[in-house]
Design a protein around this ligand. Structure first.
Ligand code: LLP
Length: 416
């Protein structure tokens, strides 16, 4: 096999004892491949963010809820966030205890609220109306409230979840109303949380958000924990040597802010964060196969089996993913050329990478879409009645292990 463009995976020994060409031969294409060592390293990185034995990393499992990956995250000592009964179901199967799950609901039905409370899972509510509902279903109990302190950040407006243009959280002006509902139903506010948005590389906005949430916390003297949110970014432009998020600098800034705050609050408290992408994005690569190369009106299209049913991020957010290239034939790529890499879905927007300069690509080449572990499979669909791919883990020993089978045509008619 020729590693035509593969610097990043070669440097990290991503494929262990396997090669991408052999993996596709064995498991088919397209194929999600995850690296266990990298996943464990990322969990350990983020656990060092706050140097306090009570610090908890709640993995936001919407980024990737494959059972095998959840078990690894649990093994690394993280807890989890859930957004739906489905996520709870999978997390319980992965071995998380109810008290290790935080349910961060948004517009949930009374039945769903009851289901979560009956499982013994702590619930965070993010509107006055949902706080009322919680009080009705479970008076005389603990509750968590998600605030929107007005600070927002993110890689795209669709994923900014704090500030004045989003449906999330309770704005701080409503703190008196929150207190009134807590009193009315004899609820104890055991925790507060926020999430300002997804993917920051510059830590200033996160720190502003932390400070704003800590200010809110002063209004509630009996808290057990404060959950500071997720959003920690990863470098998607590795081929341009984009620097990593400086977690050490962030850790230093946060330690100072949190230590000063604890002195003023006068009570020891648990701090949590809820990262999704940071833990799983870089441990995942999506492999696909080039089936057609054509030129239409001066644009050279590389036609693959990676439709946006398999990876939606480029279409939904115009997101960049680096591309690697692997080849089983002896063909040589002496020059680079600009190509547009597309999938097999019948929409013109089905583009993975537009006008990307890469070594000359041939039919049957294997493409690797990097940093696809977060919001890849978890956002995949059956659009065009395409099947969702298999998922394979490269274990810490470098071996390949199937962790979810490819869907079959039968799966498409299972519910009829
Ligand atoms: N906590 C809450 C309440 C969230 O809503 C999210 C993400 C997270 C934590 C984790 O955020 P992260 O650390 O992964 O940035 N599909 C988009 C991202 C959507 C994020 C939704 N909420 C993407 O592919 O970029």
């Amino acid at each position: 096999m020729q590693w035509i463009q593969a610097r990043v995976t070669q440097e990290t020994n991503f494929y262990g004892k396997c090669t991408p060409v052999d993996l596709v031969k064995k498991y088919g294409s397209p194929l999600y491949v995850y690296n266990e060592r990298i996943l464990r390293e990322r969990c350990q990185d983020i656990k060092r963010l706050i140097k306090d034995p009570d610090f908890i990393v709640n993995y936001s499992a919407k980024a990737n809820s494959n059972l095998a990956l959840l078990k690894i995250v649990k093994d690394e000592g993280c807890y989890v966030d859930a957004m739906s009964p489905g996520e709870i179901h999978v997390q319980l199967q992965a071995g998380f205890k109810p008290e290790q799950i935080l349910y961060i609901g948004n517009n949930v039905s009374p039945a769903e609220m009851e289901y979560v409370i009956n499982q013994g899972i702590p619930v965070s509510v993010d509107s006055l109306s949902q706080l009322e509902l919680y009080g009705k279903v479970s008076p005389y109990s603990n509750v968590v409230v998600r605030f929107n302190t007005g600070v927002g950040a993110g890689h795209h407006h669709k994923v900014v979840t704090g500030g004045d243009k989003t449906k999330f959280g309770i704005e701080t002006a409503f703190i008196p109303e929150v207190k009134a509902i807590l009193n009315k139903y004899h609820l104890r506010l055991s925790g507060i949380n926020q999430h300002i948005g997804s993917l920051f590389m510059d830590t200033d906005s996160y720190i502003s958000g932390v400070q704003a949430l800590l200010d809110v916390a002063f209004q509630f003297p009996d808290l057990e924990f404060i959950d500071l949110g997720g959003g920690f970014g990863i470098p998607y432009h590795k081929y341009e040597n984009e620097p990593r998020l400086d977690l050490a600098a962030l850790s230093e800034k946060m330690s100072k802010v949190l230590t000063d705050w604890v002195i003023q609050y006068g009570k020891k408290i648990k701090f949590k964060v809820e990262p999704g992408r940071y833990l799983v994005a870089e441990c995942g690569i999506l492999l696909g196969t080039v089936h057609t190369i054509k030129t239409n009106y001066h644009t050279k299209y590389v036609g693959t089996d990676i439709g946006f049913n398999v990876l939606m991020r480029p279409v939904l957010y115009n997101s960049h993913h680096d591309i690697e290239l692997y080849r089983s034939s002896n063909a040589l790529s002496r020059n680079q050329e600009a190509v547009t890499i597309v999938g097999n879905i019948c929409e013109s927007g089905d583009i993975i990478a537009a006008d990307r300069k890469l070594p000359k690509i041939f039919e049957e080449d294997i493409i690797g879409v990097l940093d696809a572990g977060a919001y890849g499979y978890s956002m995949a669909s059956n659009y065009n009645n395409r099947l969702r791919p298999a998922e394979v883990l490269i274990t810490s020993h470098g071996d390949d292990l199937l962790i979810r089978r490819r869907e079959t045509l039968e799966d498409l008619v299972r519910h009829f």
